[in-house]
Ligand binder design. Structure first.
Ligand SMILES: Nc1ncnc2c1ncn2[C@@H]1O[C@H](COP(=O)(O)OP(=O)(O)OP(=O)(O)O)[C@@H](O)[C@H]1O
Ligand SMILES: Nc1ncnc2c1ncn2[C@@H]1O[C@H](COP(=O)(O)OP(=O)(O)OP(=O)(O)O)[C@@H](O)[C@H]1O
Ligand SMILES: [Mg+2]
Ligand SMILES: [Mg+2]
Lengths: 228, 228
């Protein structure tokens, strides 16, 4: 369903070139549960942005459902993204002047869902991440982990086929983190494709079937779980 | 060195009161290495802000070096903070239009350190967190873990007596996280007081002597390491 072919992402910094990704090949099948791991600065979030069509590569091709998306316009990318991809950002990216509930309703507004439907779905999702009693709080009135859970709920608003989660449990205690991971596994069993970036090797081993290990902008190795 | 006595922090939300902390007693000796753990939303960051004199309690007293700081003015608090306390925030709070190096130099500027001294110290700290090759990047040109490391370096700029770290390894891979924790342990051996919030029980057990467990705004229990 998603393929990165010889992808590179370079940033020009004066007369220095930062190679965030430098020749990466990643192939993800529909219904996979994939983890991406690697040292800080190795290119994981950059990879996620490219996979999620939030950014375009400097070199190489990106295929989503066999379509080459590496040369689409921003508005064409937006169309695909809004319907198919749910993104949980490493720094959450919540809208500061919208409440938790409004933040979760926003993606549905862009897909033309009626108000009653948006409200009902947002309340279900808030209940799922155990934040029903915080729905009218603004992001700066929420704890770090509560903001992360709002970001998680928001990514599920349009029932996307592909969920990209950049360190989704980084700010959560073990119990809450496991609840989130178990829910992602449930979605995966229903056919959703899940790609997570995590620093937690135990978490990655427990829930995903494939782990891509990045180092210095390249894929260092791929480990696969063999069902016993 | 730091004491919270019957401290409460309430937020009025319309006709609802959110009790972020509801009667907390915490006593920290000079040179301690303390961890604070607990579920998401249990009051850890709120507690850290009060300990770090970044906020004032609704009820109760806060003592820093036996002085009751719960009734000082903002400018009096600023004085104490700048000299004595280094804070690593859960969401980093880097200044977006300053480079990594400038962010680290800023606290020293407030303490009247000369430019040469600020630059030298910032470069040492950047080297310590392995970011010498990123010193001229702006926060939005850094990975999540790199931003966290800049926040860590910045907290050490004025060589503070007390270091407060709110989930300092949340965005770091295991190896980089251990490097940070080992450095905090080194500072602790030199006499610094370290207080960290973490969701990583292994980390807390390995490095700290005392763990305060929060739940629903209260201290549920305290566990202490007994040297074998
Ligand atoms: N400005 C505010 N207004 C209203 N409620 C707030 C505000 N700040 C925090 N809270 C609430 O106070 C409680 C404690 O928040 P705090 O940030 O201390 O939690 P935490 O233990 O650090 O959680 P996490 O592990 O998720 O970071 C939360 O339930 C939060 O919703
Ligand atoms: N806009 C940018 N300009 C310049 N360099 C950048 C930019 N964005 C990212 N980088 C660099 O690209 C590299 C990869 O960044 P990326 O955010 O993908 O890392 P990461 O693997 O997600 O790290 P972490 O685990 O710390 O979140 C980093 O070294 C970073 O400094
Ligand atoms: Mg990242
Ligand atoms: Mg917190």
């Amino acid at each position: 369903i998603i393929k990165l072919q010889n992808v590179a992402k370079y940033y020009e910094m004066g007369d220095n070139t930062v190679k965030a990704l430098d020749g990466v090949n990643i192939s993800i099948e529909k219904g996979d549960f994939v983890s991406i791991m690697g040292p800080s600065g190795s290119g994981k979030s950059t990879g996620m942005n490219l996979i999620g069509s939030l950014d375009l590569p400097t070199k190489g091709e990106i295929y989503l459902d066999k379509h080459d998306i590496s040369h689409l316009t921003e508005s064409e990318l937006e169309q695909i993204r809004g319907k198919k991809i749910g993104f949980i950002f490493q720094s959450f990216n919540l809208i500061p002047n919208l409440t938790a509930k409004e933040n979760i309703m926003l993606p549905m507004l862009f897909q033309g869902v009626a108000k009653k439907g948006r409200e009902k779905k947002a309340e279900e999702l808030l209940n799922l991440v155990d934040l029903s009693d915080r729905m009218d709080h603004y992001p700066n009135q929420l704890s770090g982990g509560q903001q992360q859970r709002v970001a998680i709920a928001r990514s599920l608003a349009n029932d996307p086929e592909v969920i990209l989660a950049d360190e989704p449990t980084g700010n959560l205690d073990t119990k809450t983190g496991e609840m989130v991971m178990n829910f992602l596994e449930k979605l995966n069993k229903k056919g959703k494709t899940i790609i997570i970036v995590t620093h937690d090797h135990e978490l990655a081993k427990k829930h995903s079937k494939i782990i891509y290990w990045l180092k210095d902008g390249r894929v260092e190795k791929v480990t696969k779980k063999i069902k016993a």
